[in-house]
Design a binder for this molecule. Sequence first.
Ligand SMILES: CSC[C@H]1O[C@@H](n2cnc3c(O)ncnc32)[C@H](O)[C@@H]1O
Ligand SMILES: [Zn+2]
Length: 442
Amino acid sequence: MQQPANCLIFAQWIITLDPAKPVLTDHALAIAGDRISAILPTVEARKLAADKIVELPNHALMPGLINSHGHAAMSLFRGMADDLPLDTWLNEHIWPAEGQWVSEEFVRDGVELAMAEMIRSGTTTFSDMYFFPNIAAKTITKAGMRAQLAFPVFEFPSNWGQTPDEYIHKGLQVHDDNKHNPLITVAFGPHAPYTVGDDTMSRVATLAAELHDGEFNIQIHTHETDFEVEQSIKDHGMRPIQRLAERGLLGPRTQCVHLVSLNDDDIQTLADHNCHAVHCPESNMKLASGFSPVKKMLDAGINVALGTDGAASNNTLNLFNEMRAAALLAKGLSGDACAVPDSLALQMATLNGARAMGLDNDLGSLEIGKLADVIAVDLSAVEQQPVYEPISQLVYTQAGSAVSHSWINGKLVMDNRLLTTLNIDDIRERAQAWRQQIAKTS
Ligand SMILES: CSC[C@H]1O[C@@H](n2cnc3c(O)ncnc32)[C@H](O)[C@@H]1O
Ligand SMILES: [Zn+2]
């Protein structure tokens, strides 16, 4: 017997990402509790009972987007240090500002600002590598979003900790505090090969493998620039990927972020270890870091997900923009117009992100039994006419601002562009207050 639905959504298109039937027309999707309970033709769905019925003509219903890499609270540094290369940006601007400003309140307000933007542009799950993940976890849970929190580990003191041991201890506490939280997963976030020493790398690898049956993911920035690779050869006698492999950090639970400066051996090593790649095309372009060889990684069988990186290096958190950039860049770089077609860009922002986090049994596509993380995109605007193939519109037009509804874990968090769990006026006021303080001293 059909389970009674809490919500029944009728839409013109359902983009399932289920390979058996990727696009359905004239269908409806039912949500019961936190899961998708049915996807069925409109005529049959009309016979179903539901607490709430949502009619969405001219809309595409699709899985919520998964932003596989970012630093949410850095939204409060948006536009503070533009048009700089990575090294200058980090060393002369961002790290000093973080030392001065990052606190529990900063993270709470920055994460809320980031979530408002992400929900409004279709993201339902995001990965966050930042200080005070304990505060991020509370803020995210309150807003009803889903996140992977990659707690920072590096050799340097910060406002959140002093030593690698302290970072690890505090990060594991965030895991324990959230082990029954359906919205939060906790991962190790060793920052980068140039900020994490050999012993700390080995320690993270051992702990991730041993604790909780190896359930921990590891996320690390790596091969972000040619300079990083050159320095690693100078300091360690090997390329960063080789060093990570030697230290036991590469494996099927490892998410390598950026992967710009790669040779064929690096790609083979990543593929041999079943690592995941997180491609951040806009941040890489803005920081002049270079272009990731996405087509070569895909050809080698590597799972490639998408991330925005932080709003201080992007400067948006709109994953629709990232899909378009990934699709266009891959064509330009490889000379192959099919290198990343629209459907693959969409998969990178959904199913591949779920795979990278080990959540693909529950997320990333619209299938019965999966978690109800669902968004609706209104394709009726003149800029989107005419609609031959809805996936083309979703990837190649400005669809991020056309997201009208969002359900996360079965709960409606945006209703016709109104956020139901976040107060946008309050968030805006607090962001402006932070800007006033920060601008006064810089
Ligand atoms: C240890 S918390 C995360 C740390 O990462 C910094 N960060 C932000 N963007 C990047 C990037 O593109 N490469 C390297 N590090 C980055 C952020 O400012 C935090 O300090
Ligand atoms: Zn980053």
